[in-house]
Design a protein around this ligand. Structure first.
Ligand code: ADP
Ligand code: MG
Length: 722
């Protein structure tokens, strides 16, 4: 489709969204219009099969894509990829090239489409490459449509790609995700065949990412070095009205924010991203956007674009977008609820309770397979969401704790208990299963809000992984979910087949395996309040991992059985795992180092000078008072009160100066430690707690100092002024 410029540039258009949805993507419609028929259908086959694009059609696809992009005003193209930094990267190339006879011409070859060659040395590889092999390759993921991104004055053709090294190692987050999608598909098809469902050629995983974020006024943002450098505040006293009243949630959305949301949605629709819901969140100035779920790799790409588009639109609207998990201490943080499900290419959601006994058995097997996977790999799931930002949020009385448990809801708990306790006997089992579950669709709605404290909750026909951090790319959590599911599903299938081999009838073998697995995974089910102390005790008693911080969680990648699982399913090689481990650790240490240095800067150049100046004023005023006290007949007691005020100020300032001096030493020590793990542990155990203790004094002083002397915008201003 030729994009109508008016639509493109204005979100004020009143045209129905469906008429321009995806207009900036090289989607089915555009492909059909631009590609020769045979090429179009060959490309569709490739996409359906989840394969790489064959070289013989690449030239024709590239040509069609280029014509489409240029007709819509693009001059450049880029391979858009996800390096292991957790964000996205792009290197732009012009279509322009110069012919041998000197004539300028726009060119885009099949080779340029399917493979690019950016210099890999500027992206982290975690030690996977030696320098003489610094080449990396990007290759188009044809299942994710190319799109045109607005930037500056122009549009750029963005081609979603994987990023791999010269030797084929994954240098990105997309490649392992795609591999995990293949792995779980293969395992699930095998299990489905055992269960008697044939004719499925691909099992897909789906994700829907609810994205939480804060919006604050840009002028406040630019006056806070901590927000500019670290994306979160390192100082700041809690306002008298925090979120005690919780009146923000689902409250009316301020007009200025609503306009931001509308502009964001307009851009997203052009990019074919199905934004669906928008609302306020718990904290002041906190909001959420949720799209309709899509196949996992596309959902991940789209979530990255959602974050990027929001950042750009916020900038234009005079806002700063805060995606950090905990931008304000003491105020509700942000997450990314990753709704996840698994289904067939024939349209069956395997986590949807059915209306026949057969379907329900299939549902129960897949449901319990999820329990099995999460139970066995709870520590890995915890690893998948570990980051320095998320450490501040997890378990902070508002977000899932570091312990991973699963919430199923009362009805399913009863069904599983009945199967486990043998109340459901083999002869009547099918019938009872049917009776038990016939009610499920009726109570579906109740599932959604029954246990908001659970990190991993079943919500009717999908699981909602709520511990994912708001700023992180969803690729790793989904990659881990798919892989642990591939393994659990395979184990399930193996167990059934072993019983059949031993002479059991298939139905009996399936039910017996189900029963065994329900018992074996029981500990992972936790119906209670996940914010309570009881959970901590429960975790200890039942041997559930409780990895308190990022370095502890990252260590999981060193476990041999976890490495073996990734290798077995072709998702990550041992070398690729090591590279990720190093990059995660390095980013953690660097991030906290930057935070500590930013804090030093703020204390030395803003807080201490502001307080000193104010103290000087009070000191002068006290001296004047002292001189006049006899003349005005001020009592000793009254004089003492004022002296006390000055004293308190001076004592706190002295203590802050001392602590700032100590902070210098604590920061300097980091560099002297020799291993990445030693550094990371030091950050978690020493540096961060020390930063908190310094902060306490600074925050106390903030509440004692004349507001006009305090240069940093306060929490009250940032969170309550519109
Ligand atoms: P809530 O706020 O109650 O958690 P929302 O409606 O905000 O619910 O978000 C639910 C998310 O789950 C949406 O992104 C939705 O598209 C997604 N979702 C719904 N069904 C599925 C499914 N089968 N698989 C994956 N995601 C799903
Ligand atoms: Mg949710």
């Amino acid at each position: 489709m030729q994009i109508n410029k008016e639509v493109l540039l204005s979100s004020d258009t009143k045209i129905a969204v469906s008429s321009y949805f995806g207009a900036m993507t090289f989607d089915q419609k555009a492909m059909r219009a631009r590609l020769p028929k045979e090429v179009f259908s060959a490309l569709q086959d490739t996409i359906r099969a989840g394969k790489k694009i064959p070289e013989d059609i690449a030239g024709a696809v590239a040509h069609g894509m280029k014509e489409w992009a240029m007709d819509n005003g693009a001059t450049h193209y880029t391979h858009w990829f996800q390096p292991m930094t957790g964000s996205t990267a792009e290197k732009h190339d012009a279509f322009l090239s110069i012919d041998r006879d000197g004539t300028p011409i726009e060119r885009f070859s099949g080779e340029q489409l399917i493979q690019g060659e950016p210099d890999a040395s500027s992206f982290p590889s975690g030690g996977m490459r030696t320098t003489f092999e610094a080449r990396g390759y990007t290759a188009w993921d044809p299942s994710s449509p190319a799109f045109l991104m607005k930037g500056g004055k122009d549009l750029t053709l963005c081609i979603p790609t994987v990023f791999i090294s010269y030797h084929g190692e994954a240098l990105d987050a997309k490649t392992p995700l795609l591999r995990s999608m293949d792995a779980v598909s293969k395992s699930a098809i095998r299990l489905l065949e055992i269960l008697g469902l044939s004719g499925v050629s691909r099992v897909k995983t789906f994700a829907g990412c609810e994205q939480e974020y804060f919006l604050i006024d840009k002028k406040f943002f630019s006056e806070r070095p901590d927000l500019v450098m670290c994306g979160r505040t390192l100082l700041g006293a809690l306002p008298p009205k925090g979120q005690q009243l919780e009146d923000h949630y689902f409250g009316s959305i301020p007009d200025r924010v609503l306009e931001f949301m509308q502009d964001v949605e307009h851009e997203l629709y052009l990019l074919g991203i199905p934004a669906k819901t928008r609302h306020n969140e718990v904290a002041p100035h906190q909001f959420e956007i949720a799209p309709i779920f899509e196949e996992a790799n596309i959902a991940v790409d789209h979530n990255l674009l959602v974050m990027e588009v929001m950042r750009k639109v916020a900038e234009k609207k005079g806002f700063a977008l805060l995606l950090a998990e905990k931008p304000f201490a003491g105020i509700n943080g942000s997450g990314k609820h990753n709704n996840w499900s698994i289904g067939t290419d024939t349209g069956i959601n395997l986590l949807d309770p059915g209306d026949t006994p057969e379907k329900n058995l299939q549902f129960l097997v897949f449901l319990v397979a999820v329990l099995k996977g999460v139970h066995k790999r709870a520590d890995l799931l915890r690893m998948s969401i570990a980051s320095m930002g998320n450490d501040h949020r997890l378990g902070a009385n508002e977000a899932p704790p570091a312990v991973v448990t699963v919430f199923l809801g009362g009805l399913l708990e009863n069904v599983l208990d009945a199967i486990e306790s043998g109340k459901v006997d083999l002869k009547t089992e099918k019938q009872v299963l049917n009776l038990g579950l016939a009610q499920v669709p009726v109570v579906n709605k109740d599932y959604t809000d029954r246990n908001r404290t659970s990190p991993f909750a079943f919500t009717g026909n999908k699981f909602e992984f709520r511990a994912v951090g708001s700023s992180q790319a969803a690729s790793v959590p989904n990659m881990v979910l798919n892989t642990l599911m591939a393994e659990a599903v395979d184990d399930f299938a193996d167990a059934i087949l072993a019983k059949v081999k031993a002479g059991k009838k298939k139905d009996a073998a399936i039910l017996e395996t189900l029963r065994e697995q329900i018992t074996a995974t029981k500990a992972i089910r936790y119906p209670g309040d996940n914010y309570s102390d009881a959970l901590q005790k429960y975790a200890k008693k039942n041997g559930l991992p409780n990895l308190k911080n990022t370095p502890q969680a990252i260590r999981v990648l060193e476990k041999k059985d976890i490495q073996a699982m990734f290798v077995k399913y072709g998702v990550l090689s041992v070398e690729e795992i090591h590279s990720r481990l190093h990059i995660r650790l390095e980013r953690y240490v660097k991030g906290i180092d930057i935070e500590a240095r930013t804090l030093q800067l703020m204390l030395k150049t803003l807080v201490i000078p502001d307080v000193s100046e104010y103290q000087g004023d009070i000191g002068n005023s006290f001296n004047n008072l002292l001189a006049a006290s006899e003349a005005i007949g001020l009592s000793d007691k009254a004089l003492k009160s004022q002296a006390g005020h000055l004293k308190a100020l001076a004592e706190n300032l002295s203590s802050l100066i001392d602590l700032t001096g100590k902070l210098d030493k604590v920061v300097d020590k980091l560099e002297t430690l020799d291993t990445e793990f030693a550094k990371a542990d030091y950050c978690a155990d020493v540096l961060l707690p020390f930063m908190v203790s310094v902060r306490e004094v600074a925050d106390r002083l903030e509440l004692m100092v004349d507001r006009s002397r305090w240069q940093l915008p306060t929490y009250s201003e940032m969170l309550f002024e519109h």
